[in-house]
Design a protein around this ligand. Structure first.
Ligand code: NAD
Length: 353
């Protein structure tokens, strides 16, 4: 298993180092993992003048999976747009054709107090949002701002082809099969033709997965249901723009941004795995960041790219154990629990493994 490791900027290096500790344990036990490091984001710009250097792209294309920390930092904010760290991230997603973005929203019972919703509404929450990542109104043509009838108009095109919907629907049904066998497709078919097609194609794909119970919700209702009764959901599949908004909303149900991993997959389950948070420049270099989202991203890598469910479960269980034992980084610390550093948390996960 070839792994491209791209720590990136800010806390990226600190949190990726903890995930690598976990991989080193598995390696010592005999797992055939080869890790090679590359630069991305501001680190790519500093070392090679490009937020996605050719060497990094080549390394990532040749790897079975990519483990990414985070990119960005205030020192890069004045660079020309194509040289900014975030452009490197968008480019690697596009170059690797990572069209399916998987974001679990999972709440450990011990952390229910950290959520902005009542503990009984969110305790035990376990949702997977599958967001289409390379199409929709974010990429549709034509787009622009121009003068019409003497005033400026801005316009974008919401567009999905059948094949784009079909491939992400297959990913979502496949995931539902491995979980609670419930899939909710979210669109706005009462108003948008693009959504009408989305709903039809998802219903066609459903015929291949008769065990999965399929439902549909309009996006406005889905947003409401996510805060009213989030535990009704198992897997949600939706387009790029609706998924962008709903996955951020769902991630906050679980309280801390430092706990949530993500996966972005191509058609062959090659994937890029990263925490959902950014490079947190405010706490970088202090060894206080929460590395659990990155460690849980490694678990997702085992589940989705390496199809090794036992190792994925083992890593996730180690994290659960560390939480149950009361170890907390600053972002999730509460009275009566034991505060640990970023590297201390990595050590606890290794011990629990
Ligand atoms: P951020 O996610 O980096 O930080 C938001 C807040 O959450 C900060 O207070 C930070 O300290 C805290 N936080 C984030 N991760 C944490 C962790 N693991 N443990 C403890 N606390 C954590 O978002 P931001 O501040 O809006 O952006 C900072 C930089 O990151 C910007 O340059 C932005 O463009 C970039 N960014 C990158 C990604 C990515 O690489 N995928 C995503 C979002 C933002």
């Amino acid at each position: 298993m070839k792994l491209a490791v791209l720590p990136g900027d800010g806390i990226g290096k600190e949190i990726v180092a903890q995930a690598v500790k976990v991989l080193e344990v598995l390696k010592r036990e005999g797992a055939a993992i080869e890790m090679e490091y590359g630069n991305i984001g501001g680190a790519g710009y500093d070392a090679e003048g490009d937020p996605l250097p050719d060497t990094t792209l080549k390394l990532s294309k040749q790897a079975d999976a990519v483990l990414l920390g985070a990119v960005g930092g205030p020192q890069y904010d004045k660079l020309d747009r194509p040289l900014r760290p975030e452009r490197g991230l968008l480019r690697i997603r596009k170059e690797l054709n990572l069209f399916a973005n998987l974001r679990p929203a999972l709440l450990y019972p011990e952390l229910a107090g950290a959520s902005s919703l009542k503990p009984e509404v969110v305790s035990g929450l376990d949702i997977m949002i599958v967001r289409e990542l390379t199409g929709d109104v974010y990429f549709g043509q034509p787009r622009g701002i121009e003068i019409r009838n003497g005033e400026r108009v801005g316009f974008n095109t919401m567009i999905y082809s059948e094949s784009e919907v079909r491939r992400v629907a297959h990913v979502a049904f496949g995931i539902a099969m491995k979980r609670g066998k419930k899939l909710c497709s979210v669109e706005k078919a009462n108003v948008l033709e693009c959504s009408e097609l989305w709903r039809d194609v998802v219903a066609e794909v459903a015929k291949d997965y008769l065990e999965v119970e399929l439902s549909s919700l309009y996006v406005d209702n889905a947003a409401m249901q996510l805060v009213k009764n989030p535990k009704q959901f198992d897997v949600i599949v939706t387009g790029n723009i609706f998924g962008d908004i709903l996955s951020d909303q769902a991630s906050m149900l679980s309280g801390s941004i430092g706990m949530l991993p993500s996966a972005s997959l191509d058609a062959n389950n090659k994937g890029m795995y990263e925490p959902i948070h950014g490079s947190a420049p405010d706490i970088a270099g202090k060894d206080i960041a929460n590395p659990l989202a990155t460690i849980l991203s490694v678990a997702m890598m085992y589940r989705y790219t390496f199809a090794d469910m036992a190792t994925a479960d083992r890593i996730e269980n180690a994290v659960k154990k560390v939480i149950a034992r009361g170890f907390r980084t600053g972002d999730i610390w509460t009275e009566g629990t034991t505060r640990v550093s970023c590297s201390g948390m990595g050590d606890e996960v290794v011990a629990a493994l």
